[in-house]
Ligand binder design. Structure first.
Ligand code: NAX
Length: 330
């Protein structure tokens, strides 16, 4: 039997956690012959609910699930883990400014970054889902670095949900199925400023701008629909996206550990080294590929026209502003 991959999930008793854990345990991320162990992390008040989740995991009798730990001690929670999925964070409440939210969550991600550095396995990789996920990831990465050198290429922020939302909208507009849509990059921040790059995307191997002749729709309607999709779901469901967000987290990790289809790429927030003239040192969503499911690289040479450049700059500016707001924590 293979050695289990140990995965920590924070916010494990929350909405996304509930939609996520069962699928990790069933093999949806690491494959049908890879055992997994789960370290579930919550805050004290949610431990009772987490106990219920653990009971349900037991009751699934997943053959691949070798162990479940539930804890509110982050050092114990991040012990020996190979993957950390940082989902838990404090939601924005009425009257709360962006700076307040960054301040509250920033402190959580400092503590978690440090605890990961102290306790995680040598090969640990971290995906931040909790918002604002790009900047939370930056904070955790910096905090960890003060303790141990976990390379910058092991830190990720989730923009797979934006990618999936964009692909679904393009497929619907073109009257085709979503599996025909490829090469979609989400650039920048996971926020309404993200840029779903329809110029480089393809439908059935053809540029989207050929497959969809209504360019005004692409420029003026498609982008806001994708950018505000989270709010539209809250409006319709009365709750924020959970199943689709959990699926996006699964897809992000799966895509990082599985060789990417030839000619395609996927989007994930990564540490910017200056590719595509993006400010160095931000966690910025880029087009990424992996050949072996271990190391990854940024896809080079995509055309960034004037329209796209303006969009890349807008989302970059927002990330630079967020970084300024938390500079005391970096
Ligand atoms: P919930 O409020 O349902 O669950 C969050 C859970 O986190 C709660 O159980 C809470 O007790 C726990 N928590 C809070 N602070 C914690 C800490 N310090 N350590 C461990 N656990 C802690 O939210 P949910 O709907 O599950 O969303 C979780 C996060 O995902 C939110 O920040 C949300 O904004 C973010 N999202 C990110 C998305 C993305 O694409 N990157 C999309 C979906 C989602 O909006």
């Amino acid at each position: 039997m293979k050695k289990p991959i140990r995965v920590a999930v924070t916010g494990a008793a929350g909405n996304i956690g509930y939609a996520l854990l069962f699928r990790i345990a069933s093999g949806a991320v690491f494959g049908p012959d890879q055992p997994v162990a789960l370290n579930l992390i919550e805050i004290e008040p949610a431990m009772k609910a987490l106990k219920g989740v653990v009971m349900e995991l037991d009751d699934c009798a997943f053959p691949l699930l070798t162990e479940v730990k539930a804890t509110c001690d982050i050092n114990e929670g991040f012990k020996d883990i190979n993957w950390a999925l940082l989902v838990g964070s404090v939601p924005r409440k009425a009257g709360m400014e962006r700076a307040d939210l960054l301040g509250i969550n920033g402190k959580i991600f400092v503590g978690q970054g440090e605890a990961i550095a102290r306790n995680a396995a040598e090969d640990v990789r971290v995906l931040v889902v909790g918002n604002p996920c790009n900047t939370n990831c930056l904070i955790a990465m910096h905090a960890a670095r003060k303790i141990r050198d976990i390379p910058t290429n092991r830190w990720f922020a989730m923009t797979q949900l934006d990618e999936a939302r964009a692909k679904a909208q393009l497929a619907q507009k073109a009257g085709t199925s979503v599996n025909k849509v490829s090469n979609l990059v989400i650039w920048g921040n996971h926020s309404p400023t993200m840029y779903a790059d329809f110029y480089n995307a393809k439908i059935d191997g053809k540029p989207v701008t050929q497959a969809i002749s209504d360019h005004e729709w692409l420029k003026k309607e498609f982008l806001p629909i994708v950018g505000k999709r989270g709010a539209a779901i809250i409006e319709a469901r009365g709750l924020s996206s959970a199943a689709s967000a959990a699926h996006a987290a699964i897809e992000t990790v799966r895509k990082l550990v599985t060789p990417t289809v030839k000619g395609d790429w996927f989007s994930v927030g990564v540490f910017s080294e200056g590719d595509y003239n993006v400010e160095k040192g931000l966690i910025y969503s880029m087009p990424v590929r992996t050949e072996d499911g271990k190391s990854w690289s940024i896809v080079q040479g995509l055309e960034v026209n004037e329209f796209s450049r303006e969009k890349l700059n807008i989302t970059q500016k927002e990330l630079m502003d967020e970084r300024d707001l938390v500079k005391g924590m970096l």
